[in-house]
Write a protein that binds this ligand. Structure first.
Ligand code: BG6
Length: 317
């Protein structure tokens, strides 16, 4: 396949399968047994497994796998709006649309090794999208699985219109965790955040790592390039790297809100945490012909990982 490249057997690295709605899903594999699955519905990563076959992303048991609504879990692409602050549906339309495989993407300038499997997807606005949001764009998404199991998503959005437009964006990332009471987030200490539970009030985080004992919905502004989610019980740490995305959203619906969501189990808030690399506080503006790039790099490491700069530097941060 022209859009996939690895140094090991290309045929083993990617496979296209159909889901029960007849929509294509792309399965990426690496030589050590790690895998990722991407649905063309929403360009959504719906599975990411390590080399032991353990699922690293949360999917609700009550998730609905039927367009147009996006499936509750995985990594949703929120564009051209994050939240429900505009004229569009909450989190924009990209997560609800059917994307296509981009057979001939323009080269991606990056320091990523070619030793990985990847797929390139493309979204262009339909007439219906254009009526709601009258801007012409091309959205290219590359999802890559590296030999070490890291998952990278690169979004490139180009303005092919005659006038500037602005958008907000998030990689809405549902991490699978052992128990919300066993988890802490490091890297957001002392930052300013907008509290989405109290009319976006601007508050400042205290000095400690974030732990969870009630509903949380916060947009940390100007957050660092790397944050970590430490799961003590499962002895796993997620390292969430980002580029081109100034903000980080942390969301857990907790008990009461969970009961209001029809595609989410009453107790499932215990086994998920959303940590979203995003550009929300200040929308991105693209002039005609301009392109924006936003990158998410997810790593899952075993045991009690502490912020080791050398390790992060070796990953290009
Ligand atoms: C989070 C937002 O990222 O997504 C929350 O911060 C929102 O405010 C949640 O409730 C879920 O949104 P949705 O549209 O997928 O139900």
């Amino acid at each position: 396949m022209g859009h996939c490249a690895t140094v090991w057997d290309q045929k083993e690295a990617t496979e296209i399968i159909k889901d029960w709605n007849g929509i294509d899903q792309v399965l990426l594999r690496n030589p050590h047994g790690a895998s990722a699955k991407i649905s063309l519905h929403g360009g959504q990563v719906i599975s990411w497994r390590n080399e032991l076959g353990e699922e690293l992303l949360f999917t609700s048991n009550k998730a609905i796998f039927k367009p147009p609504k996006s499936m509750r879990g995985g990594i949703q692409i929120c564009y051209p709006q994050f939240g429900d602050c505009g004229l569009l549906d909450q989190h924009g339309f990209a997560r609800n649309k059917i994307w296509v495989i981009d057979e001939n993407p323009p080269p991606l300038h990056s320091n990523e090794s070619t030793v990985k499997s990847f797929v390139d997807l493309l979204l262009k606005p339909s007439e219906e999208d254009f009526k709601q949001w009258p801007h012409s764009f091309e959205f290219r998404l590359r999802v890559s699985l590296a030999v070490d199991g890291d998952l990278t998503l690169v979004s490139r959005i180009r303005n092919i219109n005659g006038k500037p437009f602005s958008f907000s964006f998030a990689y809405h990332t549902y991490l699978s965790i052992s128990d919300i009471s066993e988890v802490r987030v490091e890297g957001l200490e002392t930052l300013d955040y907008l509290d989405n539970l109290s009319k976006q009030e601007l508050l400042t985080e205290q000095g400690d790592a974030i732990t969870f004992e009630s509903e949380m919905d916060r947009t940390y502004i100007r957050s660092p390039k790397v944050v970590a989610v430490l799961d003590h019980e499962r002895k796993r740490t997620y390292v969430i790297g980002k580029e081109g995305l100034p903000d980080t959203i942390v969301w857990n619906p907790w008990e009461k809100k969970s009961k209001t969501m029809s595609d989410f189990g009453d107790d499932e808030y215990k086994s998920m945490l959303c940590v979203n690399a995003a550009a929300v506080e200040r929308p991105i503006t693209l002039k005609p012909g301009e392109e924006w790039t936003g990158r998410l790099i997810l790593t899952a490491v075993k045991s009690s990982f502490c912020f080791d700069q050398l390790e992060l530097q070796s990953k290009g941060f």
